[in-house]
Design a binder for this molecule. Sequence first.
Ligand SMILES: [Zn+2]
Length: 89
Amino acid sequence: MFTSEAASSTVADQIKSSIIYLYFMRNQYSMEIEEEKCQFCGAPAKYFQFAAFICESDECMEKAMTERGGPAGHKKRKLEMMQQESSKQ
Ligand SMILES: [Zn+2]
């Protein structure tokens, strides 16, 4: 795909180093997460999602989602806004 190797090598090097940096940052981040506990069941946390530390169980993820208002809450708010708009007319 790359016809000029000399030109693409610097870009490739930049991409490579940024990927290594991101990987390093992610590793550091996940190490911190493992020190945390799931806010819902107390198991070691695996993810930081919806502004909550949660384990890998779907149940806890759903709980975190519900607490944050999640996609369902967002949809509901949108619907309420639409209903308000239509009642104005
Ligand atoms: Zn949990």
